[in-house]
Design a binder for this molecule. Structure first.
Ligand SMILES: Nc1ncnc2c1ncn2[C@@H]1O[C@H](COP(=O)(O)OP(=O)(O)OP(=O)(O)O)[C@@H](O)[C@H]1O
Ligand SMILES: [Mg+2]
Length: 251
């Protein structure tokens, strides 16, 4: 059996009047791209917010194990220190700061409290190259399209020494070319041993890059399907997402 890097066991999360997650299980194998699918409101983002400490420990039931150790994150910083980094559906860069400033925001290279801009810029330039972005570290975020902003988010995750990267619908606002670049980058990170959870409604993307897919429906885990070299059909995923009783709608 391949080694799991992440195990989320029996996770339940309630908001006032809404049971968003009911005993959800998610196991991610080390070094894989693991897709999470489900219709709007299925609980995908909530599950990832539990994982990354946005919804802190104490506000949900269940257990999280990362690299074999139990995790009880009280905030995002705590999950990032363990190497779990989430890029949200809504990008969170500061538009009027530069790429380098965004990459190292609150995280600049400092010696005894004095920020070394030279080190910060050199490191930023290396990360910018690593994600395949052809821009100066001084370029303002406001001057970049969404595709490039997404790459800056990934550079920022790499600066935090990410081990498990969570991407929540990263290609939703991207054109085909930018989507392809992003997916290739994800595969490149995988080759470097970085595991990835990819939430996407675009089933063709999942079929292309994912090693496994977990399907959520109405806050419950329906199934996890390993995707072999033969790939997976979009119909197979849709069947899990909507339930077999609706199968006739998707012949
Ligand atoms: N902060 C919140 N307060 C109250 N209800 C919430 C909150 N966040 C999520 N919910 C509810 O929890 C359920 C799951 O939402 P979630 O955002 O996790 O779904 P999703 O699968 O990510 O959907 P989408 O594909 O639309 O992004 C929904 O009913 C949603 O309205
Ligand atoms: Mg969502």
């Amino acid at each position: 059996m391949a080694r799991p890097v992440l195990e989320m066991r029996s996770i339940s999360k309630t908001f006032p009047g809404v049971k968003a997650l009911s005993e959800v299980n998610l196991t991610v194998t080390a070094g894989e791209v693991h897709a999470v699918c489900g219709e709007n409101g299925a609980g995908k983002s909530t599950l990832m917010k539990v994982l990354s400490g946005v919804h802190p420990h104490g506000g949900y039931q269940g257990e999280i194990h990362f690299e074999g150790e139990p995790c009880r994150f009280r905030d995002i910083r705590a999950s990032e220190q363990r190497g779990i980094v989430i890029i949200h559906q809504e990008l969170a860069l500061v538009p009027y700061l530069s790429i380098a400033e965004n990459i190292f925001l609150g995280n600049e290279h400092a010696t005894r409290g004095v920020i070394s801009w030279h080190k910060t810029l050199t490191h930023a330039a290396a990360l910018i190259r690593q994600v395949g972005l052809d821009e100066s570290p001084h370029t303002r975020i406001a001057d970049l399209g969404v595709g490039k902003q997404q790459l800056v988010e990934i550079a920022k995750a790499l600066a935090k020494k990410v081990k498990l990267l969570i991407l929540d619908e990263p290609t939703a606002a991207l054109n085909d070319e930018d989507s392809r670049k992003l997916l290739d980058l994800i595969l490149g990170l995988k080759a470097q041993g970085i595991s990835c959870i990819l939430i996407s409604h675009k089933l063709n993307e999942i079929a292309r890059v994912a090693d496994a897919v977990t399907i959520l429906r109405d806050g419950r885990t329906i199934e996890t399907i390993a995707i072999g070299p033969e790939g997976i059909s979009e119909e197979r995923i849709i069947r899990g997402m909507v339930g077999r009783d609706l199968e006739h709608r998707y012949p």
